[in-house]
Design a protein around this ligand. Structure first.
Ligand code: WT7
Length: 667
């Protein structure tokens, strides 16, 4: 009965409540008007948003330039510094002494640790940090890598770079030394900002040690700045390494913001693709800022009195757009938390919501599924009556999780915005507006005004309601990535090489989607060799190249298998080199030691997020006659234990039989 309920409820729609709509920035009529205005002249629409939402040092006269498509520019002759919009302009208003950042640390042994920075204080700290970086020679156009835990200094560091026009590249604190090395080298970074360590589930992650290891092969890095967060011992290289506190001491609280052209790269953020090498996604300043400001305002219905809580890490795009930039552009109060949601107990997030009176909560479906599993007793222990709006991002949300979020966290009162976007889109593209759109659990509903997201067939014709196809973006948008750092050809091929409408290349998202009878979008997930594990994007090729870098591994193929909690789990099929200790014909139990060695190896090469859930040893991988690994078959074996589809191109059918047999042994 319970399952039947869930299936039936999937078709329910949730219109915005009257109490929400009354106060909302935009209601249904407002949304239609905005759509109409945007469709009349999308480019003029965005230009108006850019003028209204951002401070410009030099107003732009140019808008969208598509003459070198797919390399486009927006507002190219305008100049600005985004930190003036995030900070300086609020200082002349009632927001001067308003909380900009409320931060809570993970450890609680000595009581709850928190810091509140007002707009005045955040501005001062950003200026002092920027001045400090300037004394190290950091200047406009330089690349600065930031590898920090979720502490206020992370946001300060990001904004300090932007203040100087230096392009930041944040690396998530869960990545390994090898991953840092690759990114530092690819970006050509000259400076790294880090911390001694960071807390995660009560343990200390040795961030500075990872940086030291990475920098052995990064001679281009001249300076490393270290925030003391955990107080652990770190080795400091004379001349290269500096403590953050020492460097900032005595720095002036004023630092002129360097105005840069709108197209100046604000940041590079590395993300996984279908090859072994991560892509440096490059975002602009003016276009990015415009769409981030626009979406933050409308999707989160942001108001001055809100306490906006986003659980993402600044190391991902969500943290860039909807912690560091979006909310600050509107002078909002942003609540951030350093650690894990189950430390020291499984009610930590709800305790934080209650303590600070969070009004908006933005989190990931994978987190929601964990909360569900942990049980209702945890949220029930806390007063969540301050919440008025909930958001999700990162992967499709299953209706059961949506309904739980709605009932148990939102207490039936809060609209849910399911926001679809990507690292490459920079900002939200598809989402309901909370005061305007009737939502359906599991659907991200419709593209926001000004954006053109469509579902097409492989031949470029548009899908009709009820049909499934490929999710594409058929018009340039202000916050679109501008290129792949150092590899413009990869940008063109990856995003504009596959899908065409009327013969014209359109941006392909890598996602499959279905359009329902109301024109709502249901994103199914990636259709390329990219996996979404617990909301983190992982390229199968990246994990494969990490596996084959181990001397015992001859070949590896990685596929995804549906996972109740994480969305997808990583399954690796591995063949070992002849003579290496572990052979596939040995009993499976004996493979565990070898599997563990390989798991550790992947963690070392990439980071814990890429740790395979399952490693299966096999004598050979199923291949086509031309030698291509047949991942489709491996996926079927990983999911169901058997390959059912067409195997006519398979080179050695015996391989498949052995793989399937191996699975039934396990059961
Ligand atoms: C991929 C992008 C955007 C920040 C977090 C992830 C999936 C994202 C949704 C959603 C269904 C979603 C897509 C997309 N995705 N949001 N609301 N519904 N799928 O950023 O690492 O760049 O991953 O996440 O598959 O392509 P990312």
């Amino acid at each position: 009965m319970k399952t039947l309920d869930t299936v039936l409820q999937e078709h329910r729609t949730f219109p915005p409540s009257q109490t929400f709509t009354e106060k909302a920035r935009i209601d249904a009529a407002g949304l239609s008007a905005l759509h109409a205005q945007a469709e009349r002249d999308p480019v003029a629409f965005w230009a108006e948003q850019a003028r209204e939402l951002l401070l410009w040092r030099t107003p732009f006269t140019q808008t969208l330039d598509e003459s070198r498509a797919p390399f486009v520019t927006w507002f190219a002759d305008g100049e600005l510094n985004l930190t003036e919009s995030c900070l300086d302009r609020h200082l002349a208003t009632h927001r001067r002494n308003k909380a900009a950042l409320i931060w809570e640390g993970e450890p609680t042994e000595r009581g709850v640790e928190s810091r509140v920075l007002t707009y005045f204080e955040l501005h001062r700290e950003v200026c002092r940090a920027a001045n400090a970086l300037r004394t190290l020679g950091v200047k406009t156009g330089d690349r600065v890598v930031i590898y920090m835990p979720m502490i206020p200094e992370l946001v300060i560091a990001v904004l300090a770079c932007a203040r100087l026009g230096a392009t930041h590249s944040v690396i998530f604190g869960g990545f390994s030394a090898e991953a840092i090395r690759d990114r530092v080298q690819d970006a050509g970074a000259t400076c790294v900002l880090t911390a001694d360590g960071g807390y995660r589930r009560g343990k200390v992650i040795p961030l500075k040690q990872n940086v030291d290891e990475a920098l052995h092969s990064c001679p281009g890095v001249k300076h490393v700045v270290v925030v003391s967060r955990v107080g652990c011992d770190v080795s400091m290289h004379a001349g290269r390494d500096h403590f953050w506190a020492d460097l900032l001491r005595g720095q002036s609280a004023h630092c002129p913001a360097v105005a840069v052209p709108a197209e100046h790269p604000l940041f590079i953020l590395y993300t996984s693709g279908t090859t072994g090498k991560p892509k440096g996604v490059v975002h602009s300043t003016g276009g990015y800022g415009t769409q981030v400001a626009y979406t933050t305002r409308h999707v989160f219905d942001l108001r001055d009195e809100d306490t906006y809580f986003c659980t993402a890490d600044v190391g991902w795009i969500t943290g860039h757009s909807y912690i560091a930039y979006g909310p600050l552009l509107h002078g909002a109060t942003v609540l951030i938390y350093e650690g894990a949601p189950d430390t020291p107990h499984r009610g930590r997030l709800w305790e934080i919501c209650e303590r600070w009176g969070a009004t908006i909560l933005y989190t990931a479906p994978t987190a929601i599924r964990s909360f569900m599993r942990w049980g209702d007793e945890w949220p029930k222990r806390h007063d969540l009556s301050s919440l008025r709006l909930l958001g999700t991002v990162g992967e499709p949300i299953n209706p059961a999780a949506w309904l739980w979020y709605h009932e148990t966290i939102g207490q039936g009162r809060c609209p849910i915005v399911d926001t679809w976007w990507q690292t490459e889109t920079g900002a939200i593209m598809v989402s309901p507006l909370p005061g305007a759109t009737a939502t359906k659990p599991g659907s991200c509903t419709q593209p926001l005004p000004g954006l053109s997201v469509e579902v097409i067939h492989k031949d470029g014709t548009r899908c009709q309601p009820g049909q499934g196809g490929f999710l594409v973006i058929s018009r340039p948008w202000p916050s679109q990535l501008r290129t792949v750092w150092g590899d413009p050809e990869r940008y063109r091929k990856t995003y504009f090489g596959d899908m065409f409408i009327d013969g014209k290349p359109v941006y392909f998202t890598g996602d499959g989607a279905r359009l329902d009878e109301d024109g709502y979008l249901w994103v199914v997930g990636r259709v390329d060799d990219v996996l979404n594990v617990a909301g983190h994007r992982i390229g199968t090729a990246e994990v494969e190249s990490a596996l084959v870098s181990h001397p015992a591994v001859a070949e590896a193929a990685v596929v995804g298998r549906p996972d109740e909690l994480k969305g997808q789990a990583l399954v690796a099929f591995v063949t070992l080199r002849a003579g290496s200790a572990q052979r596939s014909d040995a009993p499976l139990s004996a493979s565990e030691a070898a599997a563990e060695i390989l798991r550790k190896h992947v963690v070392k090469e990439i980071g814990a997020i890429a740790r395979p859930d399952e490693i299966r040893f096999t004598e050979a991988l199923p291949k086509t006659r031309s030698g291509k690994i047949m991942r489709r078959l491996l996926r079927e074996i990983a999911c169901s234990g058997r390959a059912r589809g067409d195997v006519t191109t398979l080179e050695d059918i015996a391989v498949l039989e052995r793989l399937s047999a191996q699975h039934s042994d396990e059961e």
